[in-house]
Design a protein around this ligand. Structure first.
Ligand code: FAD
Length: 365
């Protein structure tokens, strides 16, 4: 039986393990955290992710544990709509979009794998292109080595060198899940150099995120600072922040990877953020990791890792570039530029948004 060792038990690693397991590989996932699982927050899953989840046999269970997107769009801080996304049209054309708690998705992926395949508390220190890994418990080797160890990947550093450094996007993000609050649908609000978004979760809680321009490594204003910053923004934003516990807030400066020249070396391949960490403006990082997983397993029964690279690199790098451009505009801070942006959004036909997403959402594998 062919053996695969997967470094990292996040969404990318677990999805790759599941895709390979279903294709008949013996898989082992090495995760440095003492236990599998993540505090995390919400995650949007677009139609392309559902197509990958269908191949993994999880689309039904993910639907059950998520909330399908209702009407959504972009508002200004006073609550005036700048644009509506036609979610019904997106669903008709491409399939469902849903919001799920990250922990739920990880739980579903883990449950679909044999328990014996999951090894927590193992940190990988160095790997070789022939599939050999040196880790905190010793050394092992697989026919295939999958680097799913996130933006600061050790697998990538071992085989691609230390020259590939994540770039700071210029803004920082806070993610939180509130106590239960009655919110019927989600939306995103764009201000000057700051954004706030929210979407209901299946259990009545609400996933929220805030984004603000900030120097890299700036001091965290904390929940109190967020409450002050967004106090004058439209309802229910202040109420959502009031319903958030301070230990429910995750804060991260946002980084992305420069485009890699290849996603494989020898018997090793990169998936997810290890290959193409992108800004979260399109909500596609995890969706792309799910696509990677499915294409990786399929490629190994056909063209091999070079086919995987050919199929995944242009697409993921195109999506990362789009996400970066959207983030740049969304974070504009100059009053004149923001007025122009908001007018353009107000005037754009409703279908523009759906059409612009076609190359991302129409993926069929
Ligand atoms: C603010 C924000 C919002 C986002 N929103 C969305 C969204 O709505 N939709 C979406 O699709 N995506 C979203 N994303 C992107 C998404 O979170 C990531 O793309 C996705 O989680 C990447 O998964 P991964 O498994 O590749 O990497 P990770 O989640 O980083 O997992 C890597 C795993 O590897 C382990 N690891 C690392 N190094 C080692 C080692 N040396 N040895 C062993 N284990 C190791 C880590 O502990 C970790 O468990 C968002 C990201 C951010 C920052």
């Amino acid at each position: 039986m062919r053996t695969a060792i997967i470094v990292g038990g996040g969404i990318g690693g677990l999805a790759a393990a599941l895709a390979l397991h279903r294709a008949g590989w013996q898989v082992d996932v090495l995760e440095r955290a003492p236990e599998f699982g993540e505090v995390g927050a919400g995650l949007s899953l677009w139609p392309n992710a559902f197509r990958a989840l269908e191949v993994l046999g999880l689309d039904g269970s993910v639907r059950q544990r998520s909330v399908l997107a209702g009407q959504a769009g972009i508002r200004d801080p006073k609550g005036r709509w700048l644009s509506h996304s036609d979610t019904a049209d997106i669903e008709r054309r491409y399939g469902p979009t849903a919001m799920i708690h990250r922990a739920e998705l990880l739980d579903l992926l883990r449950s679909a794998l044999p328990a014996a395949a999951l090894h927590s508390g193992i940190t990988v220190h160095r790997v070789q292109a022939d599939g050999t890994l040196h880790h905190s418990d010793g050394t092992c080797r697989g026919d295939l080595l999958v680097g799913a160890d996130g933006i600061r990947s050790v697998v990538r550093a071992s085989l691609w060198g230390n020259g590939i450094t994540p770039r700071y996007a210029g803004y920082t993000a806070w993610r939180m899940v509130t106590d239960p609050v009655a919110v019927s649908e989600g939306s995103e609000t764009w201000g000057r150099g700051a954004r706030f978004g929210y979407a209901p979760l299946a259990d009545g809680r609400v996933y929220c995120f805030a984004v603000a321009n900030a120097p890299q490594g700036a001091a965290d204003p904390g929940l109190a600072g967020l409450r002050r910053r967004f106090a004058a923004w439209h309802d229910p934003i202040p109420a959502l922040l009031a319903a958030t516990a301070s230990d429910a807030v995750l804060r991260h400066d946002l980084y992305e990877l420069p485009p890699l020249p290849t996603y494989f070396k020898g018997n090793a391949a990169l998936v997810g953020d290890a290959a193409h960490a992108m800004t979260p403006n399109l909500g596609q990082g995890a969706c792309q990791a799910l696509e990677d997983a499915v294409v990786l397993a399929r490629s190994l029964d056909g063209g091999g890792l070079s086919a995987y690279d050919r199929l995944r690199r242009p697409r993921t790098q195109m999506i990362a570039a789009r996400s970066r451009r959207i983030g740049a505009v969304a974070q504009w801070a100059s009053p004149a530029a923001v007025a122009l942006r908001d007018t353009a959004l107000r005037c754009a036909p409703r279908r523009t948004f759906t059409r612009s997403l076609a190359p991302v959402l129409s993926w069929t594998g």
